[in-house]
Design a binder for this molecule. Structure first.
Ligand code: C2E
Ligand code: MN
Ligand code: MN
Length: 406
């Protein structure tokens, strides 16, 4: 199957001009032999390459490209299937983007290639090339957020282990995971994640609950989360709990019940954030928004969880602006490698900035992901990089610290 793949990357600063020449010549030769066609734009600091060829060949080639130490920050901008080759008789053509105008390069690409104006994909390739040429230099991440400049340092938050053993009679337990402000070393909130009495996952826990009791169960179990929160929240910290949206619109008096539970646990509503996932379709919109109003009036916080992965993200946001949006891990995983995820997350962040909504990046596992997210102005993070959820307890949090420069 014919594939088109486009990426950009940054030339390794140690690389001499002559080795770049060799690199490019090598690549051009190999591409010819593998029947890979396309264009390579190079401006002295950055590469932008369009590769077209058989899917398996292109994938294998891109794996090698990613591993090549002569450049770094290889970001995939597009991978798609193609009706035809645009560059079938140019082979792989190099353009020196450093010394020419954007228009003249685009004009050259147009005349060299076999773009058939009516294909939308052609348009996309042009626009990506143009955007690269226009935005030259802007892709460089701020030097301070290069992953190699950071390490993690574990610091004990405090431990609950001296507290009473779990009562096995309880229908459930909770694990706690911090949402951290990475650069200041502050915990912004703790998320209470449900576990079965034997410590199994939420999915396992909910499997054992009859379908017609699910919402009630979800609601009632929050009392245990608040009780746990009461024992461990420090001054400004908050507790986040998850609810299926159905709890809010089909359990009569749900908000009232929550407020009573919060009060009974000795917490204040401002210390609690209700997270609602959008993984379940909201069938009674009006009742749902009514419940959100009640939560507002009661004074708890509200967050849209797993934003970008589920049913109603933007429509929900258009109708009701939460305090917080938690960007789903699917968009965060490997973000430093994907131009598509970067564009989406950057615009979610910009949108939230404009609306005064706090953004949390969920499921951050690597320093590279964190560096990228921090560099675009996200401050709050949740993920294994900082801490895994711990059953009935909080543990050491791993904080990113700058490696002192020599
Ligand atoms: P969630 O609310 O998005 O919670 C985050 C989930 O991501 C947790 O899974 C957490 O363990 C996991 N996670 C955190 N950091 C990372 C990371 O760096 N990498 C990866 N791969 N995963 C990470 P968990 O505890 O299995 O919970 C799964 C989901 O179950 C939760 O997703 C939430 O939607 C739901 N859930 C948990 N507790 C409750 C509850 O009391 N009620 C309801 N309705 N749903 C709950
Ligand atoms: Mn959640
Ligand atoms: Mn989530």
């Amino acid at each position: 199957m014919l594939t088109t793949l486009i990426y950009r990357s940054l030339v390794n600063p140690e690389l001499q001009q002559a080795s770049i020449h060799t690199l490019v010549q090598d690549a051009l030769c190999k591409n010819n032999a593998n029947n890979v066609t396309g264009i390579l734009l190079y401006d002295g600091a950055e590469f932008f390459q369009v590769l077209e060829g058989e899917e398996a060949v292109i994938n294998a080639l891109f794996t090698r490209i990613r591993a090549d130490l002569r450049h770094h920050s290889v970001v995939l901008l597009m991978q798609d299937y193609s009706a035809y080759r645009r560059f079938h008789d140019t082979g792989m053509r190099l353009f020196d983007a450093g010394s020419r105008t954007v228009e003249s390069i685009i004009e050259d690409i147009r005349s060299l290639s076999h773009f058939r104006g009516n294909y939308l994909q052609d348009n996309r390739i042009f626009r990506l090339a143009t955007a690269f040429l226009v935005q030259r230099g802007q892709h460089t991440q701020p030097a301070e957020f290069s992953a190699s400049l950071w390490r993690r340092e574990g610091r004990e938050h405090f431990t609950l282990s001296q507290w009473p053993e779990i009562n096995p009679e309880k229908p459930c337990q909770f694990a706690l995971q911090p949402i951290v402000e990475a650069l200041t070393g502050k915990v912004s909130s703790w998320e209470a994640l449900i576990r079965s009495p034997s410590g199994d996952s939420p999915a396992r826990m909910f499997e054992s609950v009859p379908a017609d009791r699910l919402y009630r169960f979800d609601l009632e179990t929050k009392a245990y989360a608040f009780a746990l929160g009461r024992r461990m929240l420090k001054h400004n910290e908050k507790l986040s709990v998850n609810l299926l949206p159905g709890v809010l619109y089909s359990e009569p008096g749900a908000v009232n019940t929550l407020i009573k539970q919060i009060d009974a646990a000795g917490l204040r509503p401002e210390q609690v954030i209700i997270e609602v996932t959008e993984t379940e379709a909201i069938t009674d919109q009006d009742a749902f928004y009514q419940a959100l109003k009640e939560l507002r009036i009661a004074g708890t916080g509200f967050a849209i969880d797993d934003f970008g992965s589920g049913y109603s993200g933007l429509a929900l946001l258009a109708r009701f602006q939460p305090d917080k949006i938690k960007i789903d891990r699917a968009l965060i995983e490997g973000i430093h490698l994907s131009g598509v995820k970067q564009a989406i997350v950057r615009s979610i962040t910009r949108c939230c900035d404009e609306l005064g909504i706090t953004v949390v990046a969920e499921g951050v596992e690597t320093m590279e992901e964190w560096c990228w997210l921090q560099s675009i102005g996200i401050h709050l993070f949740q993920g294994y990089l900082f801490s895994r959820p711990i059953l009935n307890d909080v543990g050491n949090i791993q904080w990113p610290v700058r490696i002192a420069s020599a």
